[in-house]
Design a protein around this ligand. Structure first.
Ligand code: FPP
Length: 252
């Protein structure tokens, strides 16, 4: 059985570790509710799970880890929860940036930056600038992110090129749209993991996930750990990826 993505890197276990893993970190609220705890505690424990995920992904040889940390639609949550989530993001960057940097993690941000508060914007920029030369793992934080909004931004960027005469309409190809996304050099995700048992994409990486494998885990995000990541990778290895072509010939 062939599971070899064009982008995969060989691992010591003999499988090809997916080069880009993306995660929808879902279930913080349910994790908390099932323990009689406030939702904020679920999010706080979610940050701990995020630290475990970054370490495990780096150890396993994943090169890009994209996390859905705050969606463009999350602004509809109660103001107190939004405050909690913003506070956690700020604390995550302030407390963890030095360690991420010393572990060779490069931080990149995708999502709409316009309209973000100056302190959040400053921290996101600081994280990107400090870590820009790191090469072990790229941690892509999808913040104020929506896949449709990202595609619309790309379309607007290309529309400006056309209207100013630097491009013709027939140069607006799929490659051109891919090249106008928030992070054009980001390879498409090989694997998207969603925790908490929900089986939806929820406006995450819509353009980039055309050929992505999806693994839905029954654990809530605060319980995510290295074993959970390894179980998602095991499922990924069982899949056969054909990218629209034919299955590999047996023995071929
Ligand atoms: C989903 O749980 C999680 C989120 C909306 C945000 C993810 C945030 C974190 C893991 C913590 C913050 C980390 C950073 C870097 C900001 P949910 O609230 O949708 O859970 P539910 O579906 O059970 O209610």
């Amino acid at each position: 059985m062939s599971n070899v993505a064009a982008s995969a890197t060989p691992s010591v276990s003999g499988f090809d570790v997916p080069r880009h893993v993306a995660i929808i970190m879902d279930g913080n609220g349910r994790w908390a509710a099932s323990r009689g705890l406030p939702r904020s505690e679920g999010h706080r424990r979610g940050v701990e799970a995020l630290r475990r995920a970054v370490r495990a992904a780096g150890d396993l040889g994943v090169k890009y880890l994209t996390i859905f940390s705050f969606s463009a639609e999350n602004w509809t949550r109660p103001a107190s929860e939004i405050r909690d989530l913003m506070g956690l993001l700020k604390r995550f960057i302030r407390n963890d940036l030095a360690e991420l940097h010393s572990n060779g993690v490069r931080v990149r941000i995708i999502g709409e930056r316009e309209g973000l508060s100056p302190d959040i914007l400053g921290l996101l920029q600081e994280a990107e600038e400090l870590t820009r030369a790191n090469q072990n793992l790229t941690l892509v934080v999808a913040f104020n992110y929506g896949g449709r909004q990202e595609i619309a931004r790309a379309a607007r960027r290309l529309a400006i090129e056309v209207s100013e005469g630097r491009m013709t309409p027939d140069q607006v190809t799929a490659d051109a749209i891919g090249g106008a996304l928030d992070l054009p050099e980001l390879p498409d995700p090989d694997l998207i993991i969603r925790t908490s048992g929900e089986q939806r994409l929820s406006n995450f990486l819509l353009w980039q996930s055309a050929y992505t494998e999806f693994v839905f885990l029954p654990v809530h995000w605060p319980d995510f750990d290295r074993a959970a990541l390894e179980s998602a990778l095991s499922e990924f290895y069982r899949r056969e990826r054909r990218f629209g072509g034919l299955a590999a010939q047996a023995g071929g």
